[in-house]
Design a protein around this ligand. Structure first.
Ligand code: SF4
Length: 415
């Protein structure tokens, strides 16, 4: 797990975003240290109120990039003027994406007691613990072991309790939700989703958390058809491919090949008019050649995921990948920068295509200032400003017209 240093500038709302990042990093087992020099990764949560602040933010980003191996820049300036950081050796990310980027490609760790949590109107439901893989770079596996799946009925009851307690969005989590039930000889994610949607009364949405392509491939038709059938399910799949090269996937001991990932994407394209593909790439794995990197870039261009976590490989103690001779820091940074630029282009194109359309959304959280965060049916984030004036608060359903976008989210007005 990583040692991280975090610096926050600006308003109380920005500080709230940093607290949330810290909470998620702590839950995933990462450790906070003081000073970028002592950290594996640094996070700069920026503000952009006046020009002088912007100059300071840029200077601070340059200093931190010199002091630490990996720098993530987030916050208002990063999101509104991400291009300003183009010459800084840093990854520009939305607040919500920082914890995932820092996990080095490993799967998330559910809450230690694996019990549901209600956070505002968001209910977090860990459906199982563990995975069926043994990825060469993963330290999470040591803590979580082989997948251990409670019965479907038990998870349906937990989901029902969350809805009764006020959850409007249920987030289904686990190291690898796609292998839920595999320990009993049958992958049961489609059945679980179908039962949650048909057996629980109420107005709610369900987001399915990370599902590795190796687990999803065998159930892709069934899963896509459940998504198509139930409007409660966000049309959203997070399937981390990690590389566009089968050689590198084999070295990583991933349980899928590139073709299987592409087949999953094609199947979802066949079943769903609109959906969001989220994926992760690790750049600079020790055995990754220039040609392998280009294959990852080509796969990103081909499949055009709308949510992409780019993680620069770093060694985690006790893993097999830590024993390999690493690539130089400069090369890893160059590859990460190239992929991050491509990512911004692909994601911006997706949000650009939304402008002028009307979308049914769920308001999930308060945003910065007097704004709220909403998600449409394909789990794309839309920010509505002046929420008080519009009478919108978390838990409300609304229809909005998309009026514009930033790199990683859209803006909308209620209609
Ligand atoms: S699927 Fe791989 S990265 Fe995820 S927890 Fe299992 S071993 Fe770790």
């Amino acid at each position: 797990m990583a040692r991280y240093h975090i610096e926050t500038y600006g308003c109380t709302s920005n500080r709230g975003e940093s607290r949330e990042i810290e909470r998620r990093l702590r839950d995933a087992g990462h450790r906070k240290v003081e000073g970028a020099g002592a950290a594996d990764v640094a996070i700069l949560n920026t503000c952009t109120v006046v020009e002088k602040t912007e100059r300071n933010m840029l200077r601070r980003a340059e200093e931190l990039a010199d002091e630490t191996a990996d720098l993530y820049v987030t916050g208002c300036m990063a999101l509104a003027q991400g291009d300003e950081f183009g010459d800084v050796d840093a990854e520009v990310l939305h607040w919500d994406d920082v914890p995932q980027a820092i996990t080095n490609g490993e799967c998330p760790t559910p809450t230690p007691d694996a019990e549901p949590i209600l956070d505002g109107v968001i209910g977090i439901l860990p459906i199982a613990r563990g995975c069926m893989s043994n990825c060469s770079y993963c330290i999470t596996k040591h803590a979580t072991g082989r997948v251990d799946s409670p019965p479907v009925a038990e998870n349906v009851e937990k989901a029902r309790a969350l809805v009764h307690a006020g959850a409007k969005e249920i987030r289904i989590t686990g190291q690898d939700t796609g292998v839920y039930g595999w320990d009993d000889g049958e992958r049961k994610l489609p059945e679980l989703l179908d039962r949650i949607c048909t057996e629980i009364d109420g107005d709610f949405r369900v987001r399915v958390g990370m599902a590795n392509p190796g687990g999803v491939h065998g159930i892709r038709e069934e899963l896509a058809s459940v998504f198509a059938e139930h409007e409660e399910l966000y049309n959203f799949l997070h399937a981390p491919v990690q590389s566009g090269s089968d050689d590198v996937l084999e070295h990583m001991r991933r349980q899928h090949r590139v073709e299987q990932y592409v087949e999953i994407v094609e199947t979802f394209d066949d079943y769903l008019d609109e959906w969001t593909l989220a994926t992760d790439f690790i750049v600079g794995y020790p055995t990754e050649t220039d040609a392998n990197h280009e294959m990852s870039m080509a796969l990103l261009r081909e499949t055009r995921p709308e949510k992409i976590n780019v993680t620069r490989f770093s060694k985690r103690p006790g893993t097999d990948a830590a024993d390999l001779k690493g690539l130089g820091g400069t090369l890893k940074k160059e590859r990460s920068k190239a992929m991050s630029e491509l990512k911004r282009e692909v994601v911006a194109e997706a949000y650009e295509s939304m402008v002028g359309t009307e979308r049914d959304v769920l308001v999930t959280e308060e945003g910065t200032g007097d704004s709220v965060k909403c998600y449409d049916g394909a789990y794309r984030q839309i920010i509505v400003q002046n929420a008080d004036e519009h009478g919108l608060e978390p838990g409300d359903f609304a229809t909005v017209e998309v009026t514009g976008h930033q790199t990683m989210y859209a803006f909308g007005d209620p209609v």
